[in-house]
Design a protein around this ligand. Structure first.
Ligand code: DX5
Ligand code: ZN
Length: 211
């Protein structure tokens, strides 16, 4: 499977976001990972649909929007209308019935659906959701902030998941040149990375080293 790199703009300089987006696009990024946080599901507050709309007008790369919010069933459509190409919701925040409704709407809008799970949530919890989604996003840090240390328990989860799930498996949190290799060997093929990419002196070198 081809490895896709998704720079997380949470680590970008928001005073020149457009330039930051162009920088990672020129360096070979495949997707732009956008972290939406509500101060309820996670202890941090970031951006909403308005900013996603401007991000979508500033890049031609697909927007991979990671909703770390309570009640995504209420808000996801606003993010679709803002230009999201992929929407990830957390299993901790939706019922299976809500997820089925979200999946139906996204299919009509040609937007991909991902399900994510926190480090403390076992794979068993997402099993019933798998037929409804296009990809899984395995969290390898507790969501809320970039720059945290990779939680190794994610590796066995990825292996467990790869045995039963043939579509894209993404990993998010603490990805660098060393952990990238480990998650790839475990079976992941999409890497979201914030501080490693935006903190690098040479962006292309950083992206190439992850790939
Ligand atoms: C964490 C976010 C991640 C984060 C990744 O809650 O979902 O996408 O920005 O940042 P790094 O790669 O620095 O761990
Ligand atoms: Zn994320």
């Amino acid at each position: 499977m081809k490895i896709k790199i998704a720079p997380s703009i949470l680590s970008a300089d928001f005073s020149c976001l457009s330039a930051e987006l162009k920088k990672v696009q020129a360096a070979g990024a495949d997707l732009i990972h956008v972290d939406v946080m509500d101060g309820h599901f996670v202890p941090n507050i970031t951006i909403g649909p308005l900013v996603v709309k401007y991000i979508s007008s500033a890049t031609s790369l697909p927007l991979d929007v990671h909703l770390m919010i309570e009640n995504p069933a209420k808000y996801f459509l606003e993010f679709v209308n803002a230009g999201s190409d992929m929407i990830t919701v957390h299993i901790e925040t939706v019922s299976l019935k809500e997820l089925a409704t979200i999946a139906k709407v996204l299919k009509k809008r040609k937007v991909k659906l991902g399900i994510s799970l926190n480090p403390a949530t076992p794979i068993a919890k997402i099993k019933k959701a798998l037929p409804l989604v296009d990809f899984v996003l395995v969290m390898s840090v507790n969501p809320g902030f970039s720059g945290q240390v990779f939680i190794r328990g994610a590796l066995s989860k990825i292996r467990q998941l790869r045995a039963i799930f043939k579509k894209d498996i993404a990993v998010d949190g603490g990805i660098n040149n060393i952990t990238a290799k480990q998650v790839k060997n475990a079976g992941a093929n999409v890497l979201a990375a914030g501080s490693y990419i935006f903190g690098a002196k040479n962006t292309k070198q950083a992206i190439d080293s992850l790939r």
